[in-house]
Design a protein around this ligand. Structure first.
Ligand SMILES: Cc1cc2nc3c(=O)[nH]c(=O)nc-3n(C[C@H](O)[C@H](O)[C@H](O)COP(=O)(O)OP(=O)(O)OC[C@H]3O[C@@H](n4cnc5c(N)ncnc54)[C@H](O)[C@@H]3O)c2cc1C
Ligand code: FES
Length: 329
């Protein structure tokens, strides 16, 4: 067990063998900035003042020679080699509740939703609490590094459901789709993420999901309904995909009540499609226009989609604090 001391105030926490500094800090109740947990966004950067660390993911895209020269490392990838002293800007908005923990899980079911999205049902051990919109790191034997996947269901059943898009040539999705058998054991670490449902905010809700971003938006819609939020608010669920083969059965969103609308937009529809065409951000801008800033907005999907939505929302005058999102790398 390594002791990690935070400069300058001298508070400390333990980091277990195999754990990373970010995850150990969150488990111990410290607020450290982060987003992706897989070495891609750079939000978890800290300065190493004493001691040594190694990165679990040697090719972390968010880490450079310049960071190395300044002794800056990525908290989500840095594994301490002995005791360390580090410096980072503590941010109470990242204090985790519930606190993330590692546990094992059993694959109970695979249900195909679209051409390339399947829902994986895992029976989990231990505390199953999470906030709708949060994610966990899924790991499997023989695959280096956990991958982030958002839960689609709600807590309280001892199961976490993940709607996962197959990535051609992808290590973990290849294994999950092609090799993992019902009953297989996986490792899970979570919950993580701060882009979750804000139950106290009274604005109407807009959800935007692009492809692999479906899962957290489904969970947020279900969470809003369960919390009674949709008795007094409207919820618009927008889903962006390429063709009709990427559409899911609308029954997935059944039972959410009369205040929910659903719009699918296709960017490359085949003949016969009479719904909205184009990119999701353009469809939402055309639909809501200057009414968008009156909403609380959640979105998830590929980084390019996320950037386009942020730009569109900003141009329509939406305050950044009303946007909740994780970028999927
Ligand atoms: C916060 C977040 C939530 C996400 N939620 C979903 C979701 O709900 N559904 C969904 O389909 N996808 C989701 N993703 C994307 C998903 O995590 C994977 O990037 C994707 O499934 C590809 O994984 P792969 O192993 O098949 O592909 P690969 O090509 O093998 O890996 C691709 C990605 O895995 C990560 N990675 C690669 N090597 C390592 C390593 N050694 N250590 C750590 N990470 C590594 C990197 O992010 C990389 O871009 C999410 C991503 C993030 C960041
Ligand atoms: S690089 Fe560490 S949280 Fe994204």
């Amino acid at each position: 067990m390594a002791k990690i001391t935070i400069a300058p105030d001298g508070q400390s926490f333990d980091c277990a063998p195999g754990d990373t500094i970010l995850r150990a800090a969150l488990r111990a109740g410290f607020g450290m900035n982060y987003s992706c947990n897989v070495g891609s966004c750079g939000n978890c950067r800290f300065e190493l003042l004493e001691g040594a660390v190694t990165h679990q993911r040697a090719d972390s895209p968010a880490w450079s020679e310049r960071d190395l020269k300044r002794n800056r490392w990525l908290g989500c990838q840095a594994e301490p080699v002995g005791d360390c002293t580090i410096k980072f800007r503590a941010d109470p908005s990242f204090v985790a509740n519930p606190r993330p923990m590692g546990r094992s899980a059993t694959l109970l079911a695979k249900t195909q939703l679209t051409r390339d999205i399947t829902e994986f049902t895992l029976e989990i051990q231990g505390d199953d609490r999470f906030h709708p919109g949060q994610y966990a790191l899924i790991g499997a034997n023989g695959i280096s590094g956990g991958r982030a996947y958002s839960m689609a269901n709600l807590p309280g059943t001892g199961q976490w459901h993940f709607q996962i898009k197959r990535v051609p040539g992808g290590a973990l999705t290849g294994w999950l789709f092609d090799s993992a058998e019902i009953g297989a054991t996986l490792s899970l670490d979570g919950p993580y993420g701060t882009a979750f449902l804000q139950t106290e905010i009274t604005r109407d809700i807009v959800l935007m999901a692009g492809g692999s971003g479906l899962s957290p938006m489904v969970s947020i819609a279900r969470g809003a309904a369960k919390a009674g939020m949709l008795d007094t608010r409207k919820l618009h669920f927008y889903y962006g995909a390429r063709t009709q083969a990427d559409l899911f059965d609308p029954k997935l969103l059944a039972d959410l009540g009369p205040n929910v609308t659903f719009t699918a937009a296709l960017s490359e529809p085949e003949p016969g499609w009479d719904g909205p065409r184009g990119f999701l951000h353009d469809v939402v801008a055309a639909d809501l226009g200057d009414r968008l800033p009156a909403h609380e907005i959640y979105f998830a999907g590929p980084a390019a989609m996320s950037a386009a939505i942020q730009k569109m929302a900003h141009e329509l005058g939406t305050p950044m604090g009303q946007l909740h999102f994780d970028e999927f790398y």
